[in-house]
Design a protein around this ligand. Structure first.
Ligand code: F0G
Length: 523
């Protein structure tokens, strides 16, 4: 098939128009280390410093030489990429290597079982499906136990135990009909409660993917509401608000009834029914505006979820894989997950892979038989991910230290811009090499153009377009918080590139300060 530049635009042409509006519709022709190369007017390569970093996927840099070499070796050796339903020793090696690091960071030796996927959202879908399988099995066990106790109570009544009037009154059944109506009502209520749809808990500003199940857990209403009818819903909690957690639980909890015999009389007790399927949390909210989780709130979430026996899914897809100075950013705030999701840098900027990890205490082996994907757990991706882990863990984890050191250097640049332009910059936030700089909302600006820009929903995209055009810096706003620019460069980001960013941000702030909007926009 010959492809010429005149071919019709059929791969998301509208998105291309939106990119054009902000001056972001450039073509990149090569990528190496922290640099993307765009094509200039007369065909030359123009280097662009990459602070978008593949939305967090290229911590090790674009086309890292050791990863490219490994990819070449694998393909030359004709690695069996499609060998589904076979031993997959490389997947076990990768799962074991991930466990070794997780055990070191969490101070535990509990195994985490691995289910591989192809993208971040797919790992979230797998975690949600496993949690629902587990929830269903727990409910079945509770129903069976309640059934056994009802049978025992029935035979106790046959042997003379009595049914107090207040028990009938509590269940709203006539006392005249004796235990039969009590038993019927208890079964009816238990079946009804058990059939309640599962609920998820997630944070406001949270992002967990855009697939059918995961999009319900992503707070952004634009992404979520059109698809609300497709899957189980989440209740969203303001970041840091533990009281709100308790209110949601009080409003949505369900119980199962059990009948027992105490001193020859029937009593009815309640047991918590697992309505809440899982609590999803990012250790550093990425797409929602780069908001780190505090250790205090992490502790509140941990205690709340333990109290109601609701598993915690720690979504490390963007914050994980070394970006904040550890494999698990959550290990720094004392949060212990029942599940973890990892993706992005796991594939080393070359392979598309993700993994969902389940702690042994919650693992249901039956899940392996009902969940799969054609491309997941393949030899190529697993070997590339093993190379990624080797690069992170080498020399006692030098890469993690580098992420901290480069993160501090980047943070210093952003803080200096904030210090010089407090009227333009609202806040700098984040951990390690996952940082965000939030601009003040300019909806109240004196210039109409700036008010319009502030209200366009594309504010950060126009700033990104200016940084690209005038300073050869590539970055984006966090899509659900467009006043915040995100900075997630690779470990190779140089001091010169940090100075390039400083200059670019200072010029943007100066233009915003004097409300010179025309100079910010593409001509
Ligand atoms: N979870 C988190 C925390 C993410 O940041 C992302 C993607 C996903 C899940 C979904 O992963 O795109 O591979 O399916 N974050 C990108 C962003 C899109 O803009 O921050 P995916």
């Amino acid at each position: 098939i010959t492809v010429t530049s005149e071919c019709p635009e059929l791969a998301e042409p509208y998105l291309r128009q939106v990119l054009d509006t902000a001056g972001l519709a450039v073509e990149y022709v090569r990528a190496e280390r922290n640099t993307l190369y765009r094509r200039g007017a007369d065909g030359e390569e123009i280097p662009v410093s990459d602070f978008a970093g593949g939305y967090g996927s290229v911590l090790l840099g674009h086309n890292h030489p050791e990863i490219v070499t490994r990819a070449r070796e694998l393909l030359t050796a004709q690695t069996p990429v499609h060998a589904q339903f076979s031993r997959h020793p490389y997947a076990n090696h990768l799962a074991a290597a991930l466990n070794r690091v997780i055990h070191r960071e969490l101070g535990t030796d509990e195994p985490y079982f691995a289910i591989f996927g192809n993208s971040g959202a797919e790992a979230v879908e797998a975690a949600v499906k496993h949690a629902e399988l587990d929830r269903g099995m727990r409910i079945s066990a509770l129903l069976e136990e309640a059934d056994g106790r009802l049978t025992a109570a029935r035979s106790a009544v046959a042997d003379g135990a009595t049914v107090p009037a207040e028990v009938c009154a509590r269940l709203g059944v006539p006392a005249t009909e004796g235990f039969a109506s009590v038993e019927r009502e208890i079964r009816r209520r238990n079946e009804k409660s058990a059939a309640s749809p599962p609920l998820f808990l997630a944070l406001e500003g949270g992002f967990h993917g855009k697939l059918v199940g995961s999009v319900q857990l992503t707070h952004n209403e634009g992404y979520r509401l059109p698809f609300k009818s497709l899957a189980a819903q989440a209740r969203f909690v303001p970041n840091g608000d533990a009281d709100h957690l308790r209110k949601i639980h009080a409003a949505e909890r369900r119980t199962l009834l059990a009948a027992d015999v105490v001193d020859g009389r029937i009593t009815v007790t309640e047991r918590e029914l697992p309505v809440f399927c899982a609590f999803l949390v990012e250790p550093v909210q990425g797409e929602g505006g780069v908001h780190p989780l505090t250790a205090a709130f992490a502790g509140e979430i941990q205690r709340f979820c333990a109290d109601i026996d609701c598993p915690v899914i720690v979504d490390e897809i963007q914050s994980g894989m070394g970006r904040t100075g550890a494999l698990l950013a959550s290990s720094r705030v004392g949060l212990r997950g029942d599940y973890y999701t990892l993706a992005k840098t796991l594939g080393g900027g070359i392979a598309k892979t993700s993994v969902m990890l389940v702690r042994e205490a919650r693992y249901r082996k039956e899940f392996e038989i009902v969940h799969s994907s054609t491309f997941a757990k393949d030899s190529f991706s697993c070997h590339i991910a093993l190379t990624v882990l080797d690069l992170l863990e080498r020399d006692g984890g030098r890469a993690y230290r580098r992420a901290e050191e480069r993160g501090e250097a980047l943070r210093a640049v952003l803080d200096s811009v904030h210090a010089d332009f407090p009227d333009v910059v609202k806040e700098v936030r984040g951990r390690g090499l996952m940082l965000g700089l939030e601009f003040h909302d300019r909806s109240g600006a004196s210039s109409a153009e700036l008010r319009e820009l502030a209200g366009s929903g594309l504010f950060g995209y126009f700033l990104a377009g200016h940084l690209l055009r005038r300073h050869r810096v590539r970055t984006f706003p966090t899509a659900s918080a467009v006043n915040t620019l995100r900075f997630e460069p690779s470990l190779q980001v140089s001091d010169a590139e940090l100075e390039q960013l400083r200059a670019g941000l200072r010029e943007v702030c100066a233009l915003l300060r004097k409300e010179a909007v025309a100079e910010l926009l593409p001509s």
